[in-house]
Design a protein around this ligand. Structure first.
Ligand code: SAM
Ligand code: DTB
Ligand code: SF4
Length: 325
């Protein structure tokens, strides 16, 4: 059993690989042990996700149902009104969420009236006492600063995959663009939410490389979402095989061991997982889920609120309460 009592940023590729490749029961035991040392294992943060601008995105991310160039069944929706968003955030808070994440299908933020509207949304959601998170694509340092001043708590911008595999999945931007945005976010003093997706056809080495990159950042991301590919009809990856739950478990457990303090979020993929499978994820270190009123994450299915509440009750979990500030 590792005696990990401190945060490390100097993991070698080989160390990460050795953890990732442990036999599943030893990995489970080790990750569960570390999880219990750093977190209350009964507390799971509930984050509400809202797609504030849906579809019509100019990027070509091969996994994404919102890319304009693929023929998906998704309806394009313009940027939502502030009032609607705030009403949704209030309901989310009442339902036990402590984090509200607004996602826009944009390649990058532009300095226009839409951004001004998003800044107002951030301000108002922050005033509700929720952790407010956005994922809006690429940012400049000035835009990151304006978001921070409006009260943004966290910004989600995933590595998605290894730097090598990234170019197989996206051609309209490169991996370094992702890193540049993350740097702007960090410098603006915003908390970082950064993880990735598995099931894109990548190898185990790609997964290990992505985890290695996250775990060797000078400061670990405070939040690490692990997504299983949600296969969207019409996208180039629609016919790939379903991600097996053991693969999610391996990713989550390794992330938990490498980045003990981070919130590890069991993100896309839950609707295809049983309660027992999700329970295993909570056991080995996942301590957050995404919910949404629409029963869709952004454009793919997600469990119903009532199902999640029943699962929490059955597993003896509770929603992580708001921190007293
Ligand atoms: N447009 C912004 C961007 O790409 O950064 C924000 C929204 S995007 C939906 C946020 C993240 O969701 C992506 O980086 C990706 O990791 C994840 N994601 C998108 N589509 C997915 C899918 N079909 N299955 C699993 N994860 C997905
Ligand atoms: C993240 O890593 N996962 C969430 C959140 N960040 C924005 C979104 C997942 C999207 C899943 C597919 C969809 O519904 O479009
Ligand atoms: Fe656009 Fe984001 Fe989807 Fe890529 S993942 S196509 S940037 S919405």
């Amino acid at each position: 059993m590792s005696k990990q009592n401190k945060i490390r940023n100097d993991w070698s590729f080989e160390e990460v690989s050795n953890i990732y490749n442990m036999d599943i029961l030893s990995l489970t035991y080790e990750a569960a042990h570390i999880h219990r040392k750093w977190h209350n294992p009964a507390a799971v943060q509930v984050c509400t996700l809202l797609s504030i601008k849906t579809g019509g995105c100019p990027e070509d991310c091969a996994y994404c149902g919102q890319a304009a160039r693929y023929h998906t069944d998704i309806k394009v929706k313009p940027l939502m009104d502030i009032d609607e968003v705030i009403a949704c955030a209030k309901r989310a808070k009442e339902a036990g969420s402590t984090r509200f994440c607004m996602a826009a299908a944009w390649r990058e933020v532009r300095d226009n009236r839409d951004f001004d509207r998003v800044l107002k949304m951030v301000k108002e959601v922050n005033a509700l006492g929720l952790e407010v998170c956005c994922t809006l694509g690429m940012l400049t340092s000035d835009q990151a600063k304006r978001l921070q001043e409006a009260g943004l708590f966290a910004y989600n911008h995933n590595l998605d995959s290894s730097s090598d595999y990234y170019q197989e999945i996206i051609s309209t931007r490169d991996f370094d663009d992702r890193l540049d945005t993350l740097e702007c976010v960090r410098r603006a003093g915003i908390s970082i939410c950064c993880g990735g997706i598995i099931g894109l056809g990548e190898s185990d080495e790609d997964r290990i490389a992505m985890l290695h990159q996250l775990a060797t950042m000078p400061n670990h991301p405070e939040s690490v979402p692990i997504n299983a590919l949600a296969r969207v009809k019409g996208t180039p990856l629609a016919n790939l095989p379903k991600v097996h739950v053991w693969e999610m478990i391996r990713m989550i457990a390794t992330a938990r061991i490498l980045m003990p303090k981070a919130m590890v979020r069991l993100s896309a993929g839950r609707s295809e997982m049983s309660t027992i499978e999700q329970a295993w994820c909570f056991l080995i270190g996942a301590n957050s889920i995404f919910t949404s009123e629409s029963e869709e994450l952004l454009v793919t299915p997600n469990p119903k609120l009532a199902e999640d509440n029943a699962m929490f009750k059955l597993l003896g979990l509770h929603a992580l309460p708001l921190k007293d500030n």
